[in-house]
Ligand binder design. Structure first.
Ligand code: PBG
Length: 323
């Protein structure tokens, strides 16, 4: 008896009706725009695998943030590319480091824009790993102390949110403790909690000049095959004091986003990573897909899966399309 009494097409008859019953909304206010910052002045170096994205010097970054802020995007996340790398990632916590200078310049110019600092060492180490390396091993606990120090320097420079992304055990607790003991107890932590060892980071590693020089990240980032482990990672980060947790990448991990959403009360972020962006851009450049529709459909899907907000390289374009 379902049909003919029930006809689901009745509510699809007009844009207004469809709007009334739409279950998921996408808004510029849900988006975070990633930026790469490099030393120098007047520099704007294209990233070939991420059309439309650049490594900016700080002065150029200030200009690039203008349309982002005026499009209603509330937040940016910053990645620094230092001029020198070493084994101890000294550039990461330097008072005049690349990210610290960019943060304070941005905070000055855009006091209302939320500045998220990615907290990781792979861009700052000569070996390209996210922690302290000894005898070919990525050491966990010695990395924690360095993370704490770097988080404090980022927050003091103007970061509104600290986002540890190195997947070291205990990193959230270490960062929380370091912030609190520097009177930064009101600085929130967005934990890259379920971060998978993903081939989708390929273009980012060109953008951030951060590929590991030996081995891979499989001893610290998660195995793409695992879901229960993501629930453990996110629960532990919540216990350690994370204010929000992130799942990354987004598109191949919608089930993880949904499961984390259902298992925790914390805000859940999803990072639609460089490879997801590159796939869409590459197909669009060939005329194989409609970029606007595909990007918005993808972002809607990520929200529908349970993300409260999304880090995406499409943020500015999407905000404009959403008008
Ligand atoms: C740093 C970091 C990475 C990304 C964000 N933070 C790269 C990696 O783990 O290799 C990837 C983001 C992207 O691909 O867009 N650890």
């Amino acid at each position: 008896m379902a049909f003919p009494a029930n006809r689901l097409r009745r509510l699809r008859r007009s844009p207004a009706l469809r709007g009334l019953v739409r279950e998921t909304s996408l808004d510029p206010g849900d988006l975070v725009m990633p930026f790469f910052v490099r030393p120098g002045k007047g520099e704007r170096k294209a990233i070939s695998s991420m059309p439309g994205h650049f490594q900016y010097s700080t002065d150029e970054l200030l200009k690039a943030c203008e349309p982002v802020a005026s499009a209603g995007i509330p937040a940016v996340i910053l990645f620094g590319i230092p001029d020198r790398k070493d084994s101890k990632a000294s550039g990461a916590c330097a008072k005049d480091g690349i990210i610290q200078r960019a943060l304070s310049a941005l905070k000055d110019r855009y006091p209302d824009l939320v500045l998220i600092a990615d907290l990781c060492f792979c861009e700052y180490t000569d070996h390209g790993h996210c922690g302290v390396v000894k005898d070919g091993q990525i050491l966990n606990d010695p990395t924690l102390e360095l993370l704490g120090k770097t988080a404090v320097s980022q927050a003091e420079a103007g970061a509104d949110v600290i986002a540890p992304s190195g997947m070291m055990d205990g990193q959230v607790a270490a960062v929380r403790k370091a912030l609190d003991s520097s009177s930064l107890e009101m600085t929130p932590i967005l934990a890259y909690a379920a971060k998978y060892a993903s081939a989708f980071y390929g273009p980012f590693r060109e953008a951030a000049e951060s590929p590991p020089r030996f081995g891979d990240r499989a001893t610290y980032q998660m195995d793409p095959a695992n879901l229960r482990e993501a629930l453990r990672e996110t629960a532990l980060d919540a216990e350690e004091g994370a204010d929000a947790v992130m799942v990354k990448p987004a598109l191949p991990y919608l089930d993880v986003i949904r499961a984390v959403r259902e298992s925790l009360k914390l805000p859940v972020a999803a990072y639609s990573v460089s490879g997801e962006y590159a796939l869409i851009k590459a197909a669009a450049a060939r005329g194989w897909i409609d970029e606007k529709r595909l990007a918005l459909e993808t972002l809607t899907g990520i929200k529908r899966a349970g993300a409260d907000f999304i880090l995406t390289y499409h943020a500015l374009e999407a905000a404009r399309w959403l008008g």
